[in-house]
Design a protein around this ligand. Structure first.
Ligand SMILES: [Zn+2]
Length: 442
């Protein structure tokens, strides 16, 4: 099965080719060129679009699509304390409806590869992780689900109520079961499982250590939240006598198989160590601004050589899932932080949104449009009212982020065409998440 994608401008991640085309064969890019093109079974012709590598979402909590708009003005800890009791009521049906909404929105905005950090598993509600994996397969998204966890409840000095934490042996056993059932390490894999205790204030150091050992036993990746707020930093210093990164270093949680969400409150030495150890950072600018968490030192991290990707974070602290918007926010926020328009340019921001995220997720076969890479492609219109006539469309699309993609290809399969999802009914998903959100609100 071959697919040919032609575009007014093909931005491969390294080259910008006018009237470029690429040929995908069985989901893998076979050829890239311009001018005369080879024949193909299916042709997508987008003369009024920029085609670029599919965007990568390096941090999310998809179940939160069912709890958008809560605590619009709280800090992270205030927001979490208010939401934990609502989240304690979720089940597999809630998670499926939320994941369908989150994944539909991601795909419609040009995201082709996403992780999901799911860490709420209320007692006696089976099938939650399965619902996530099945939904990604239904909608056609390349997916890296994290089996997250919380084990440090309020009664033991943690932040979450005891009703949403799990027994540590059960967490490890279920995580291993999910790796065995769903993790596919092969090239062009559509599903890879990640081990992901939630944060230093919601799991014990023992679970962090045991999770790292489990992940390394199965050669899967590790993910957690780190250095998101000063409240977290105070918690770590008071409880463990260590700054968040020092704690994780002690627990064996650094290296090229680890990526953290946020990485905001890092000092100069820590930025250097993150880069040296090849630990990844998923920068989530909208969520960080929404919660007033602080400003990630994204330019310092990039300059130091760190792996940096972008994430939408859960939609309870973003209310949307548009990676192009995160690229836009990353540019503006970096420039505010440095009081300089040179802090982060558009092409660097697109690199974070594509190759940077793929790097965090350990995908050497995603993130650019070159022969041998997965055929994951996003095409954005530059003839619509928002972009018509815009100079330098690659920069223009980052400065004026598109609210949806025109065509999206995942694994050589067209999943969005003319801005409409082909794999599910968008309006039905919207009705379903409205009903689910109302039910959960009680
Ligand atoms: Zn998060």
């Amino acid at each position: 099965m071959t697919l040919l994608v032609r575009a007014g401008l093909l931005f491969t991640g390294t080259q910008e080719i006018e009237n470029g085309w690429l040929l995908s064969r069985d989901g893998i890019i076979a050829e890239v060129g311009s001018g005369p093109h080879p024949p193909a079974d299916e042709v997508v012709d987008e003369p009024n679009c920029v085609a670029m590598p599919g965007l990568v979402n390096a941090h999310d909590h998809m179940y939160q699509w069912a709890t958008r708009g809560y605590v619009p003005d709280g800090t992270l800890f205030q927001w979490l304390r208010a939401l934990y009791p609502v989240w304690a009521r979720i089940d597999a049906d809630t998670v499926r409806a939320a994941a369908r909404a989150a994944m539909a929105r991601l795909l419609l905005c040009g995201c082709t590869l996403s992780t999901d950090h799911h860490y709420v598993f209320p007692h006696g509600r089976p099938g939650i992780f399965e619902a996530l994996v099945e939904t990604a397969s239904e909608l056609g998204l390349r997916f890296h689900p994290c089996r997250g966890s919380m084990s440090l409840g309020e009664s033991k000095g943690g932040l979450p109520p005891d009703s949403v934490v799990e027994d540590e042996d059960a967490i490890l056993a279920h995580t291993e079961e999910m790796i065995g059932r769903y993790h596919d390490p092969k090239p062009a894999s559509m599903c890879r499982v990640v081990v992901a205790p939630c944060s230093p204030f919601s799991v014990t150091p023992e679970l962090m250590r045991d999770s790292a050992a489990l992940a390394r036993k199965h050669d899967v990746r590790l993910h957690t939240h780190l250095a998101e707020t000063l409240d977290e930093e105070r918690f770590c210093i008071e409880r463990f006598g260590r700054r968040p990164l020092e704690l994780m270093e002690d627990l064996g949680w650094t290296g090229d198989d680890v990526w953290y969400a946020h990485g905001i409150h890092l000092n100069d030495a820590e930025v250097g160590r993150i880069a040296e150890d090849k630990t990844g950072i998923a920068h989530c600018p909208s969520s960080n601004m929404r919660l007033g968490a602080g400003v990630c030192r994204v330019e310092d991290l990039v300059r130091a050589g760190a792996r940096v990707g972008l994430g939408v974070d859960g939609s309870a602290s973003n209310e949307d899932a548009n990676i192009a918007m995160e690229a836009h926010q990353a540019i503006l926020l970096a420039r505010v932080r440095n009081a300089s328009p040179h802090a982060l340019d558009a092409r660097s921001a697109w690199r974070l949104a594509t190759q940077g995220g793929a790097d965090c997720l350990g995908r050497v076969d995603c993130g650019t449009l070159e022969p041998g890479m997965c055929a994951d492609i996003a095409c954005f219109r530059i003839d619509d009212l928002a972009h018509a006539g815009i100079k330098d469309p690659v920069a223009g699309l980052a400065l004026a982020p598109p609210s949806r993609a025109q065509t999206v290809v995942v694994n050589g399969r067209v999943v969005v065409r003319e801005g409409r999802l082909l794999t599910a009914d968008e309006d039905e998903i919207a009705r379903e998440i409205a009903a689910t959100s109302a039910r959960l609100a009680g």
